[in-house]
Design a protein around this ligand. Structure first.
Ligand code: ZN
Ligand code: ZN
Length: 347
C-alpha cells in the first residue's frame, strides 16, 4: 500500500478536506500515474453529498484525470514511465459479458468499477478518485493523450467529452444533421463544440438570454431562447437530434415537440423526476427518447484522438485544491465557464 495525499468528504454534510489514502499495492498490469490535473464533474458533487444515496465514506471524487506515468508493472505493454496518461470514469469491469467484449464497459452487465466510490474486484476496498496526488489501475483502463494540447483542457474530455461524443456518434450526427443542444454547462459546451466539428447545424437551446453570445463563440449556428414563444415555435418539428444535458428539473414534452419525424432526444444529465411523459409526443412523429452513459474504453480513446486531431479541448477555470468547496457552490449557481479543473500541484 502507498500513502497518497487527497481531498475527501467524510460525510454528506462535511466539506471536502485533506485526507491520506492508502492506494492498493501495484499489480503486474497496473499503471501508476502522478496526477497533474483533475476536472470537477457535477457527479463529484452529487456523490460527495450522497445525493444519489449510494456513497460510501470517506469518498475521494474525481474522474477526469490526466497525469504522467511514474511506474508500470512488469506485464504492462501500453505505457512506460514518463508517458502522459489519463483515467476517466471506469477503472475495471468484468471483461467477460457481451458488452465488455464489445468495448461497452460502461454497460457491463456484471457491474463496472467506478474510478471513485467503486469496489475493487479483488476485495481490496473502495476506489478513490482524482482529487489526489497519485492513482493506479489496470493498463486496459488507462488512456493515451496528446502532448500537443493543454493538459488542463484535456482533463474534462474524460467525462464531459465522452458523455457528449458517444451519443453524437451513436446517432450518426454529421453533415446535414440538425442538432439542438439543451443546456450550456460542462456537458453542453462540449456537445456544441463536438457537434459543430462533426459538420452538424447546431442550435443552442437555453432559457438564459446571456448565453447567446457564448453559444456563438463556441461555434453554435443558432440560438433559441426557450422562454420566448415565437422563437420556440420556429423550431417545432425541426431537429433530427437533441442532446439534453440539463440536470435540473425540466419538461421533456416541451422539447420532444421540437423533434422532426424519426427524431431522437438523448438525455445525459441526471435531473430529479420530470413531469409525466405525454406518450403521443413520441407516437405521432415516431420520435425516440433515449439515454446514454459516458462511453467505453475504445470509444473514449477514439474521442481523445479525435479531439487531438480537431484541436478540441474544454474551456476551463483552473482552481487550487483547497478551493474545491467554493467551486462546488459556484457550480450549483452555474457560475463556471465551463469546467473547473484542479491543478494538483496545489495539493
Ligand atoms: Zn463525470
Ligand atoms: Zn462486463
Amino acid at each position: 500500500m502507498s500513502s497518497t495525499k487527497s481531498y475527501a468528504a467524510q460525510s454528506a454534510t462535511t466539506p471536502l478536506a485533506p485526507w491520506t489514502i492508502d492506494r492498493r499495492a501495484p499489480k503486474p498490469h497496473d499503471v501508476q500515474i502522478e496526477i497533474l490535473y483533475c476536472g470537477v464533474c457535477h457527479s463529484d458533487l452529487h456523490t460527495a453529498r450522497n445525493e444519489w444515496g449510494m456513497t460510501i465514506y470517506p469518498i475521494v471524487p474525481g474522474h477526469e484525470i490526466v497525469g504522467r506515468v511514474v511506474a508500470v508493472g512488469d506485464h504492462v505493454k501500453k505505457f512506460k514511465a514518463g508517458d502522459l496518461a489519463a483515467i476517466g470514469c471506469l477503472v475495471d469491469s468484468c471483461r467477460e459479458c457481451d458488452n465488455c467484449k464489445e468495448g461497452l464497459e460502461q454497460y457491463c452487465t456484471n457491474g463496472w468499477v467506478g474510478t471513485y466510490g467503486g469496489q475493487e474486484k479483488d476485495g481490496s476496498g473502495s476506489t478513490h478518485g482524482g482529487y489526489s496526488k497519485q492513482i493506479l489501475c489496470h493498463e486496459d483502463f488507462v488512456l493515451r493523450i496528446s502532448d500537443k494540447q493543454p493538459l488542463e483542457g484535456v482533463a474534462p474530455l474524460l467525462c464531459a467529452g465522452i458523455t457528449t461524443y458517444s451519443p453524437l456518434k451513436r446517432w450518426n450526427v454529421g453533415k446535414g444533421t440538425k442538432v439542438g443542444v439543451l443546456g450550456l454547462g460542462g456537458l453542453g459546451h462540449m456537445g456544441v463544440k463536438l457537434a459543430v466539428s462533426m459538420g452538424a447545424e447546431v442550435t443552442m437551446l437555453s432559457h438564459t438570454p446571456s448565453k447567446a453570445a457564448d453559444a456563438k463563440r463556441l461555434g453554435a449556428h443558432k440560438f433559441v431562447l426557450t422562454s420566448d414563444e415565437a422563437q420556440t415555435k420556429e423550431v417545432a418539428n425541426y431537429f433530427d437530434f437533441i442532446l439534453d444535458t440539463v440536470s435540473a428539473e425540466h419538461d421533456y414534452n416541451f422539447y420532444l415537440g421540437m423533434l422532426r419525424t424519426n427524431g431522437t432526444m438523448v438525455c445525459v444529465g441526471a435531473p430529479p423526476p420530470a413531469p409525466p411523459l405525454g406518450i403521443f409526443n413520441l407516437i405521432f412523429q415516431r420520435r425516440s427518447l433515449a439515454g446514454s452513459l459516458i462511453g467505453g474504453i475504445p470509444e473514449t480513446q477514439e474521442m481523445l484522438d479525435y479531439c487531438a486531431e480537431h484541436n478540441i479541448v474544454s474551456d476551463v477555470e483552473i482552481i487550487a485544491m483547497k478551493d474545491i468547496n467554493e467551486a462546488y457552490e459556484r457550480m450549483l449557481k452555474g457560475d463556471v465557464r465551463y469546467r473547473f479543473v484542479i491543478d494538483m500541484a496545489t495539493l
